[in-house]
Write a protein that binds this ligand. Structure first.
Ligand SMILES: [Zn+2]
Ligand SMILES: [Zn+2]
Length: 415
């Protein structure tokens, strides 16, 4: 009986320890100055997709200083490092994207970009900082960590330069989700529509699949005064733009959101010459995998027949940039209460689906994914501003919120 009692007691203590991960909020607060320094360093030194040479090197340097064994040059300038906990458990992955955008910063920050024409306008400097903060925190608290966490610092989320591979697909090709396969992958994105202090997420699909398409219309050039001798590629291209609108308005089930936008149309050389060729480029967005298959097929047919009707020929090319990004429903149901406990129920909101895209979707297609939005807006301090804008700013208190939220999930032993 005595032995049974001590066994029971032992179990009670162990089970309590398992259910109650360490309170890391004090450790996160202690990291404040370091998080600010880290964010400002990376913000001042942005690099474009697949050109994140110094960014990757600096991430590796900082991880090494924390005691990590670091794998560098993964999928270009990516960095991978794993912390192994003192308690048995599974492997999970945490992903942060590290690239910046071709924009000239215009927000008066004292630590604004020193690289002309390049800016962290999508908040990836904050993503790097939260991940590094987590890496430091988990290394410190690794005795209470169940299983291990593989940090994935991913280049080229914004898209590789033409003709180059990169981003999440290349990282996966190089095995970042193998040996062993993580049971879950976590990530976040700054959200300027959400006040600092809050996070939000949505179970299931929440960010769109994105395709990039190109249509080349080939007609026959002629004198602008003699249209009957040619086939006007400008006119045919304009008919194609109009006809494509029916893919959304007439072919797609309106209960499934679909966006088709032609963003560029280039043709012609002179006012009195009919263009022989027109090149149109655009993007297709949807939250529905079925619509993602159907829409390009509808487009191909409409483009083909519109061109045929006017005696032109057309070439239609379509490339998938990102699949639908969906949060695993089971993982979301588990994550919600963990986040509410860490941040307070009032700070965990339900996100709305959006037609922007994220290449995190590639990872989340392979293993259960959980991705949240981190609020960075502060109206009183005039911080926020749209993503991908030269005036994008963020309230840096979000860094602490991000680390607290993600530390709570990573320390709570993913089921
Ligand atoms: Zn972006
Ligand atoms: Zn982004």
């Amino acid at each position: 009986v005595k032995r049974l009692t001590s066994l029971l007691l032992g179990c009670l203590v162990l089970c309590a320890a398992r259910d109650n991960p360490p309170d890391v909020n004090a450790s996160v607060e202690a990291l404040r100055e370091k998080l600010l320094e880290t964010r400002r360093y990376f913000h001042a030194h942005p690099e474009l997709s697949n050109r994140e040479v110094e960014t990757g090197r600096e991430i590796a340097r900082r991880l090494t200083a924390m005691g990590y064994t670091v794998q560098e040059h993964v999928a270009g300038n990516g960095v991978v490092a794993t912390v192994t906990g003192g308690k048995p458990g599974k492997l999970v992955a945490y992903r942060a994207d590290i690239d910046a955008l071709p924009l000239t910063e215009d927000n008066g920050l004292p630590f604004k970009s020193v690289n002309p024409g390049v800016m962290h306008a999508c908040g990836h400097d904050l993503h790097i900082t939260v991940a590094l903060g987590l890496a430091e925190l988990l290394m410190k608290h690794r005795a209470s960590l169940h299983g291990s966490v593989r940090f994935i610092f991913q280049p080229a989320e914004e898209g590789s330069p033409p003709g180059e591979e990169g981003g999440a697909p290349l990282m996966m090709k190089q095995g970042v989700l193998e040996n062993p396969v993580p049971v879950a992958i976590y990530g976040l994105h700054t959200q300027p529509d959400l006040p600092v202090g809050d996070v939000s997420f949505l179970p299931g699909p929440f960010m769109a699949a994105a395709d990039r398409f190109k249509i080349t219309v080939t007609g026959k050039g002629s004198h602008g005064a003699q249209p009957h001798n040619g086939v006007d590629a400008v006119y045919v291209g304009a008919q194609v733009v109009n006809a494509l609108q029916s893919v959304v308005s007439r072919r797609n089930n309106p209960a499934r959101p679909l966006v088709l936008s032609v963003g560029s149309f280039h043709a012609g050389s002179r006012f009195n010459i009919l263009a022989e060729e027109a090149v149109l480029e655009g993007t297709l967005r949807t939250l529905d995998p079925e619509a993602h298959l159907q829409a390009p097929a509808d487009m191909a047919r409409i483009i083909d027949h519109t061109c045929q009707a006017h005696g032109a020929t057309c070439r239609f090319e379509n490339a998938v940039l990102a699949p639908v990004t969906a949060n695993d429903v089971r993982l979301s149901a588990w994550s919600g209460p963990v986040l509410e406990k860490a941040l307070g129920k009032q700070h965990v909101k339900t996100a709305r689906p959006a037609m922007i895209a994220e290449d995190f979707g590639f990872f989340a297609e392979k293993v259960p994914g959980f991705y949240l939005y981190l609020g960075v807006a502060n109206d009183e301090k005039h911080l926020g501003g749209p993503l991908h804008s030269p005036r994008y700013t963020a309230d840096e208190d979000a860094l602490l919120v991000g680390v607290k939220a993600m530390a709570a999930l990573l320390l709570a032993a993913t089921p």
